[in-house]
Structures are given as C-alpha cells and as structure tokens.
Design a protein around this ligand. Structure first.
Ligand code: URQ
Ligand code: ZN
Ligand code: ZN
Length: 480
C-alpha cells in the first residue's frame, strides 16, 4: 500500500482554490481536507506556500511519429518522462494510419509503441482515407477500444490530407458513434500551391514556410470544418488554433450556439514568426511546424480566446525532429520535417505568460492545462481534478520557483527548445503519477512502462439525440 500525504498546500481545481491537505493511496486520491493525518508508512510532501493541482493533460503530442521521412527523437518513454518533469501526467497522442492502411492495424502498432510510456496516455485516431472498412473500424475503436475522438488533417496534400468527402463521411460517423471529430485546419490545396510559388520565386529557406501558410489558409479551413460540423450537428474540436482568423471562426460559431472547441499550443502563445528570419538555418528550421508561429498580434487573440472561454485547452503538438533530420530540407523548406517540442515546458510557459501576467487565474490555468481536456475527451473527473476518487495524478506547484528553459537541461531527447533562454517563475516541485512521486525538485524518477492506456468513453447521451441539421432545417422549411 503506497500512501502520500500532501500537506499545507492550496488545492486548485478548475472551479475553485482552497486550503486543504491531499491524501493518496494505491494510485487514487482518498481524502481532500484540512489537517489530514498521514497513515503509518506514508510519505509526506510539504506543500506549504504551494499549489496542489491536477496533473496536466496534453491533448496533442506525437511521440515516436514517423513523418516526412523521419521519426521524432522522443519515443513514448522519453516524451512522457519529459512531460512528467513539467507537471504533465497524461497525454493524448495520435494514431496516424497511412492512406489505405487499416485503422485497426495502425492502432495496434501505436499501442505497441506506447507500452513503454512513463505516464498515462490515450489516442486520437486519424481518419486519412475513407471506405466502408474505415467506417467499421471507427465503430470498433469507439465501442471496444475506448477511442472517442477522430483526427482529420485538412493539410499535407499527397500524404495524409482529407478531402471534403472524407470529412463529411467521417464527421457523420463520429456523430453516430458519439465521438468528437477534431481537425488540423489548414487548406492543404492552397498550401501546396503557395509552396510551389514561394519556391519558384527563389525562396528555399525556412523563411518560406510561413509564406506558404498564411493565417487566411487556416481561417478558411477552420470555417469549412465548422460549417460541415454545423450541418451534421456534430461537435468539433479545432487543434492548434494559431491565429485570429481561426480563433474568430470559432468564436462566431460559438456565439451562434454551435459546439465548437479550440486548442492552443504553448508555442503559439509565446513564440512569434521572427524565428523564421534567423540567418542560422538550424535555428530557423527548428521552428518549422504547422501551423507556423505567427506575428505577435495573433498571440493576444489566442490569450483572449482562453480568457473568454472561446478557446479551451493548451497543448504542445510535441513532435521533436533533430537538426540532422531538419537538414533534409536544407535546400527546400517544404522538405523540413514539421514539428517542434514543448511537452516539458507547456505548463511553465502558460503559468508564466498567463497567471503571472494576470491573464489567467490559477483555476483558469487548471482549466486550460488539464480539466477542460479531461471534460472534452470524457475522462473527467478521473483526470483533471484533485478530488476523492480521482486518479492520484497531482502536480505540486511552487509559484516562487524559477527556471531557465533550455535544450541543455531539458529531459526531452529533442536537440532544440523553442523557449530557449526564457526564465519563468512558477515551476513544478513535485509530480505524482498514479500516486507515485515521479518528479521531485528536479529529480526525474520516471519508469518505462508505468504508464497506462486510458480508455475514453463515447458521448452517446449527448449525441444520440442529435439529428442531422439538414433534417431539422427541412422540417422547419416545411412548417414555414
Ligand atoms: O501537423 C501536425 O500536427 C503533426 C504532423 C506535427 N507537426 C506539426 O508541424 N504540427
Ligand atoms: Zn497538426
Ligand atoms: Zn499534431
């Protein structure tokens, strides 16, 4: 029986903050309240002057991803271990079948890779093509494997991009199953055309990457995906919202009462597009990810989206290719493997840029780093809450602690850090995963294979009653 008593802290959940001790036992939270006593043999953590928050949930990572001819440097052990060092105790990663590859076959492959995880994990499954077997596999994944979200890449033409036919078929299937469709919203046809035009103009370096993916290209795709979801009357989750165009598309739809949710990357909140104009190829290429980092003005829109509740989660899209891999695009930016890291830094950056500046309260911080992702992917309050019965995934947060973020000291196996040199105030002093101390004052005690696959139930109750908007509109038309 392993028991940990976290004493003297302030518990912060998404709804409120209050002074209380927390007692964990055998991987669960068993008591939250004042003056708790430690049972014999328990470990005591002094949380005086600190916050006791739900472990972070990063709903967007790519550990061990094979993409654009390379495989990311972080595998499921090193990537989840790095997350634990930053207070993130669960990730939701992605199964990305090749076109024409069985979804179930790809799912089994990723499940095998993830067995080495140090922290808990789940999977969104990408729908990268369509036929009756995909429809069938989606049902198996929801009803038997605990997958309740399906990803759609609207970018990456000639690779994993979905056309509208696939979007419509898959969104409709998701609604039938009570699953959440999610999208990478960039118009892949426009990106493909702009990439050719930028290269033909003689620009081959990383500075060409943002020129080929302007915000309007993201805004168009976000609007289109939101409209398809509206007609099909299915909720939709837009990943890595990077600019005002897509943030406003979401806000407009929500103002009309549509169930649209948005995710923001820590990178897009804190890093801007000047990185692409760095004369050093390696540094500029290290920032090549999609959607690209944007001019600063967009960051204000993203923060206001989080403050207003029009954007809901923060993530990282942790996808770490090293300099040698990025150099594959030395003479052609379209060949630079897309991706950047962040799983270790997300919560520290969101706290420093969000709470320390007054943009977010500690409870809002918990909402956007943990609780909202748990609610949207239907694992709340098992995850995302410091409450009796929840998993003992807890981060003890020292608001006075400081840390300078750097590739030199990161646990990630990536060789670059997009937050390089940034000194933040507010750091995790202790991380508990399943009631075990896995990070203590800089000492990472991650164990390969300790992480569990977390099943995420369908949302049948909400969706089953949902009708195709077309039906509803048709009925209304007849009545008129
Ligand atoms: O697009 C994604 O989310 C994956 C392929 C990671 N790469 C990236 O640039 N975001
Ligand atoms: Zn993406
Ligand atoms: Zn991604």
């Amino acid at each position: 029986m392993s028991s940990i008593l976290i004493k003297g802290g302030t518990v912060v959940n998404a709804d409120r903050a209050f002074k209380a001790d927390v007692l964990t036992q055998d991987g669960k939270i068993v008591a939250v309240g004042p003056d708790l006593q430690a049972p014999a043999g328990a470990t005591t953590v002094d949380a005086g002057g600190q916050y006791v928050m739900p472990g972070g949930i990063d709903p967007h990572t790519h550990m061990q991803l094979p993409f654009m001819g390379a495989t990311t440097m972080d595998d499921f052990f090193t990537g989840t271990a790095a997350g634990l060092a930053g207070g993130t105790t669960s990730i939701i990663d992605f199964v990305i079948p090749n076109p024409k590859q069985s979804l179930m076959e790809a799912y089994q492959t990723w499940r095998g890779w993830a067995e080495k995880s140090a922290g808990d994990y789940g999977f969104h499954v990408a729908v990268t093509w369509w036929d009756e077997s995909v429809k069938r596999d989606m049902g198996t994944l929801v009803n038997e494997e605990g997958v309740n979200s399906f990803k759609h890449f609207m970018a990456y033409k000639n690779a994993i991009m979905c056309d509208d036919e696939t979007l419509v078929n898959s969104f409709k299937r998701a609604m039938e199953l009570g699953a959440m469709p999610t999208v990478h919203a960039e118009n892949g046809e426009l990106v493909y055309l702009l990439q050719k035009q930028v290269l033909e103009s003689g620009i081959t370096g990383p500075e060409g990457h943002p020129l080929s993916r302007p915000p309007v290209v993201e805004g168009e795709a976000a609007n289109r995906a939101i409209a398809i979801a509206d007609v099909l009357n299915v909720p939709i989750y837009v990943v890595h919202v990077s600019c005002m165009e897509s943030a406003e598309a979401i806000a407009r739809a929500r103002a009309r009462g549509q169930r649209v949710y948005g995710e923001v990357l820590a990178g897009h909140l804190a890093v801007d597009d000047s990185a692409y104009r760095d004369p050093d190829f390696a540094r500029a290429a290290a920032h090549v990810m999609s959607p690209p980092f944007r001019p600063k003005i967009h960051q204000d829109f993203l923060w206001r989206g989080l403050q207003s509740g029009n954007l809901h989660t923060t993530a990282t899209d942790h996808c770490t290719f090293c300099a040698a891999q990025k150099a594959g695009g030395k003479d052609d930016f379209t060949k630079i493997p897309n991706g950047a890291g962040g799983v270790e830094e997300r919560m520290l950056v969101v706290w420093d840029e969000g709470v320390n500046t007054g943009r977010l309260t500690p409870s809002e911080f918990v909402a956007v780093t943990s609780a909202n992702a748990a609610k949207l992917f239907n694992i709340y309050p098992q995850k995302g809450s410091v409450s009796v019965g929840a998993d003992a995934d807890v981060v003890v947060w020292d608001p006075a602690g400081t840390k300078t973020l750097s590739a030199k000291t990161q646990f990630s196996k990536g060789d670059f850090n997009v937050f390089e040199g940034r000194t933040v105030k507010g750091v995790p002093s202790h991380t508990l995963s399943q009631g075990k101390l896995v990070f203590v004052q800089g000492d990472l005690r991650a164990v390969s294979g300790a992480g569990r696959y977390i099943k995420r139930p369908a949302f049948n109750a909400n969706f089953a009653a949902a009708k195709l908007r077309a039906d509803v509109l048709a009925q209304t038309a007849v009545k008129r």
